[in-house]
Design a protein around this ligand. Structure first.
Ligand SMILES: CC(=O)N[C@H]1[C@@H](OP(=O)(O)OP(=O)(O)OC[C@H]2O[C@@H](n3ccc(=O)[nH]c3=O)[C@H](O)[C@@H]2O)O[C@H](CO)[C@@H](O)[C@@H]1O
Ligand SMILES: C=C(OP(=O)(O)O)C(=O)O
Length: 418
C-alpha cells in the first residue's frame, strides 16, 4: 500500500494553481446524464472520485473520453442503457447517489444501493428520497437498494429540513423535466450548487435562484449537451493556504474565487496570518505567532466542515486555546486521535474539540481515516520534528489532485512511496 513520507519542511514558497472543484465536478458529471448529445467539461481535477464517477457513467451507457493533459472530459449521453448502479462503485463514493435524480428524470427509473455511512457520520439520504416522492416518484427500499420509478414527475414545493448539498442537487436535477414548477425551500446555497445550476441552464434547463435558499425549477422538454468549466476547489485552496501559514511561508494561489473563501480567509486573518487578495489570486504569508481562534462549522456561507480538520492542524500549533464545534456531521473528529499521536493537545467533548496549542509536534506513523483527516496529517507533518509516515492515502487521493507534487513544488519535503 502506498504511503506518504513527510519530513520537517522549510517555509513553503511559490505559486500553485488550484484545481477544479471535486464537489462541483461530481454532480456536474452526474447531470450530463440528463442531456442528449455531447458535453465537454473543463478543469476536471485528476481525482479517484472522478474515476469512480467515470466508471459509473460508463456502466450506464455513457461514452467518455478523459484527456488528463487537457483536464477535460467529453461525455456522449445519447443512449442511457442501464438504470441500476453497481454496489462496488457506489460503496466507494457517496456522491454516486447523485445519479438517481438524473436517471429518474431522463428514463423514469433508477436502482441504486444505499450509500451507507462513512468515517464522518451516518449520512442518510432521506431528504433526497422525500424530494423525489414529493415530485411523484414511487420509492421502495429492499436488500440495501433504493428503487425509484416515475412515468412523469410533477413539479412540487419541497421544504428541506436541513440545507443538504446533495439533496438540493439531486432534487434540482430530478425536477428539470418535471411538469410545471418545482420550488426547493431551505435549499443549500454552496457555490457548487450554483455551478451545477449554471451547467444545467446552459443545457437548456430553467433554474432560478441557485445560490439562495429558494430555488425555482420550471420543467422543460429537452436538454442538450454543452461546454462548461468547473469552478476552482475552495477546499483545496483553503488547505494550501494553511500549508503556507503553518510553515510560516509565502504561498500564492492562482485560480481561486476569493468570495467562496470568505469564511476561511476571515479565520486565517483572526489567527494573525497575512492574507492578501489580488485580481490574479490570493497570497498567504505565515507569521511566527499564530493565534488561537474558535470555529463553528456551518452550511455555506459559514465555515466549511471540510476545512475543519485541516484548520485544526493550524490551531494545534497556535498560541493559546481554541475551540472547534462541528455542527454538520456527527462524527467528524476521527483525525484527533492521529493528531494527538503527533503531540497535539486536543480534548473532545461531544461535538466540540478543545485544542491547547503546542510548540512542537513530532512525526510518527499515522493513518488517514478520511480525506480531510489525511490532509490535516500532511499539514502537521510539514512542521513536525522527525519524519511522519502517513498510510491509507487513498482517502487523500479521492479529493486532492497530486497533493504531494504540488507541495513538493513549493519546497515541502514529501514523497510518495509504494
Ligand atoms: C460530494 C459533495 O459535494 N460532498 C460534500 C457534500 O456532502 P453531502 O451532500 O453528503 O452533505 P449534506 O449537505 O447532504 O449533509 C449535511 C448533513 O445533512 C445530513 N443529511 C443529508 C442528506 C439527507 O438526506 N439527510 C441528512 O440527514 C447529513 O448526514 C449531514 O449531517 O456537502 C457536505 C457539507 O458541506 C460536504 O462536507 C461534502 O464534502
Ligand atoms: C466529505 C467530503 O466528501 P464526500 O461527500 O465526497 O465524502 C469532503 O470532500 O470532505
Amino acid at each position: 500500500m502506498a504511503k506518504l513520507v513527510v519530513h520537517k519542511s522549510p517555509p513553503l514558497r511559490g505559486s500553485i494553481r488550484i484545481s477544479g472543484s471535486k464537489n462541483a465536478v461530481l454532480p456536474i458529471l452526474a447531470a450530463s446524464l440528463l442531456a442528449e448529445g455531447k458535453s465537454i467539461i473543463g478543469d476536471v481535477p485528476n481525482l479517484k472520485d472522478v474515476v469512480i464517477m467515470q466508471h459509473l457513467l460508463q456502466h450506464l451507457g455513457v461514452t467518455i473520453k478523459w484527456s488528463k493533459a487537457k483536464s477535460e472530459i467529453e461525455l456522449i449521453t445519447d443512449h442511457i442503457t442501464e438504470y441500476e448502479a453497481p454496489y462496488d462503485l457506489v460503496s466507494q463514493m457517496r456522491a454516486s447517489f447523485l445519479i438517481m435524480g438524473p436517471l429518474l428524470a431522463r428514463i423514469g427509473k433508477a436502482k441504486i444501493p444505499l450509500p451507507g455511512g462513512c468515517a464522518i457520520g451516518s449520512r442518510p439520504v432521506d431528504l433526497h428520497l422525500k424530494g423525489f416522492s414529493a415530485l411523484g416518484a414511487e420509492i421502495t427500499q429492499q436488500n440495501g437498494y433504493v428503487e425509484a420509478y416515475a412515468d412523469k414527475l410533477k413539479g412540487s414545493k419541497i421544504y428541506l429540513d436541513f440545507p443538504s448539498v446533495g439533496a438540493t442537487e439531486n432534487i434540482m436535477m430530478a425536477a428539470v423535466y418535471a411538469e410545471g414548477t418545482t420550488i426547493i425551500e431551505n435549499a443549500a446555497v454552496e457555490p457548487e450548487i450554483v455551478d451545477l445550476a449554471n451547467y444545467l441552464n446552459k443545457m437548456g434547463a430553467d433554474i432560478r435562484g441557485a445560490g439562495t435558499d429558494s430555488i425555482k425549477i420550471n420543467g422543460v422538454e429537452k436538454l442538450t449537451g454543452t461546454t462548461h468549466c468547473v469552478i476552482p476547489d475552495r477546499i483545496e485552496a483553503g488547505t494550501f493556504m494553511i500549508a503556507g501559514a503553518i510553515t510560516r511561508g509565502e504561498v500564492f494561489l492562482e485560480n481561486v474565487v476569493s468570495d467562496h473563501l470568505k469564511p476561511i480567509i476571515a479565520k486565517l486573518k483572526e489567527c494573525n496570518i497575512d492574507v492578501s487578495e489580488t485580481e490574479k489570486g490570493i497570497k498567504v504569508c505565515g507569521r511566527n505567532n499564530i493565534k488561537a481562534v474558535d470555529i463553528k462549522t456551518l452550511p455555506y456561507p459559514g465555515f466549511p466542515t471540510d476545512m475543519q480538520a485541516p484548520f485544526m492542524s493550524l490551531l494545534s500549533v497556535a498560541e493559546g486555546t481554541s475551540m472547534v464545534i462541528e455542527t454538520v456531521f456527527e462524527n467528524r473528529f476521527m483525525h484527533v486521535g492521529e493528531l494527538k499521536r503527533m503531540g497535539a493537545q486536543i480534548k473532545i467533548e461531544s461535538r466540540s474539540a478543545i485544542i491547547d496549542g503546542v510548540k512542537k509536534l513530532t512525526g510518527t506513523q499515522v493513518k488517514a481515516t478520511d480525506l480531510r483527516a489525511g490532509a490535516a496529517l500532511i499539514l502537521c507533518a510539514l512542521v513536525a520534528d522527525e519524519t511522519t509516515e502517513i498510510s491509507d492515502i487513498y482517502h487523500i487521493e479521492r479529493g486532492y489532485s497530486e497533493m504531494e507534487k504540488k507541495l513538493a513544488a513549493l519546497g515541502a519535503r514529501i514523497e510518495k512511496i509504494k
